[in-house]
Design a protein around this ligand. Structure first.
Ligand code: AMP
Ligand code: MN
Ligand code: MN
Ligand code: MN
Length: 292
């Protein structure tokens, strides 16, 4: 029987709507054997997810989806098999969360200029003390009747050129990869077909990523079409990168990215989980010392 992997998912520790433990239970119900929790710019949900994974019998991969500014765009780099106690990683994520705090005030200020008052309090209410993101503003704006759904609210208020958009000042690609590698993990470019990069720019990104020791492209993503999966598989081969698979699940009210329904990995790709690095980084320190 084949092992089912989902190496990209979100909980209430960032902008997902299920608690880490609920997410793990759902993954188990959907026959996922190995689940990575990859919240935006933090690892706060990992402990709870790990505990529940132990209880229900599922392998939990400690991950994070790191926000990166690259060539004027925001790119997402998923780190997998992270030592979440690593000081440089924690320090780097902390900086990103501080930027998120500042950005949330700035988003609120900009919305207030459009006579939308109280957005910061509203978004905080949805974030419930966790790290704040655009999705929390989106939920507030929908609640207040400014848009009918997520798609519309982003398009009207939260993307580049719209009133509530604040340019990112995230990590550099180099920083993100150094934190991930320093914490013993592998780096994956999340949903590579979603960045609206020209073919040339995308190849440039992959070239830089590969030189910095990046491991894989997320070939199979909940947000990729069949054609995009094939295109990304070809790019993996061209750049000597491995392939990852993740739903990018954010919760039951997000209908596009469900859990446990990912298409198969194309046969011409090398799955990240079949690489020697994967097996090594999944050993506990005790197991690693036995094999010396
Ligand atoms: P942030 O990292 O706070 O800037 O928010 C990015 C998150 O917003 C993504 O991970 C998605 O969850 C969500 N998002 C971005 N663009 C859209 C969109 N067009 N429609 C719905 N959700 C979106
Ligand atoms: Mn998100
Ligand atoms: Mn993303
Ligand atoms: Mn994601």
């Amino acid at each position: 029987m084949s092992v089912h992997y989902d190496l990209h998912s979100h909980s209430t520790a960032s902008d997902g709507s299920l608690r880490p433990a609920e997410l793990v239970r759902l993954a188990k119900l959907r026959n996922i054997d190995v689940l990575a929790l990859t919240d935006h710019d933090n690892v706060d949900g990992i402990a709870e997810a790990r505990e529940e994974a132990g209880r229900v019998g599922l392998q939990l991969v400690a991950g994070a989806e790191i926000s990166v500014s690259w060539g004027g765009k925001t790119i997402h780099i998923v780190g997998l098999n992270l030592d979440i106690e690593n000081p440089a990683l924690r320090n780097g994520l902390q900086k990103l969360c501080e930027f998120r705090q500042w950005r949330s005030q700035e988003i609120s200020r900009r919305l207030a200029k459009k006579r939308i008052e109280g957005a910061l309090d509203g978004a905080r209410r949805f974030a419930k003390g966790n790290i704040i993101g655009r999705v929390h503003f989106a939920r507030f704006l929908i609640e207040q009747g400014h848009a009918k759904d997520m798609r519309q609210v982003f398009k009207r208020y939260l993307v580049q050129g719209k009133p509530g958009y604040v340019p990112g000042d995230w990590a550099t690609l180099e920083e993100a990869l150094s934190w991930i590698h320093g914490a013993g993990g592998q780096a994956v470019i999340a949903h590579p077909a979603r960045y609206r990069l020209s073919a040339t720019r995308l190849r440039q990104l992959l070239g830089e990523f590969q030189l910095l020791g990046g491991a894989a492209l997320e070939v199979v993503s909940g947000s990729h079409s069949r054609d995009e999966i094939q295109q990304m598989a070809q790019l993996c081969r061209r750049f000597g990168l491995m392939a990852s698979a993740g739903s990018d699940y954010h919760g039951p009210e997000n209908p596009y990215m469900d859990m446990g329904r990912l298409p198969a990995m194309p046969a011409n790709c090398l799955p990240l989980w079949e690489s020697p690095g994967w097996a090594q980084s999944r050993q506990t320190p005790a197991m690693a010392s036995l094999s010396l």
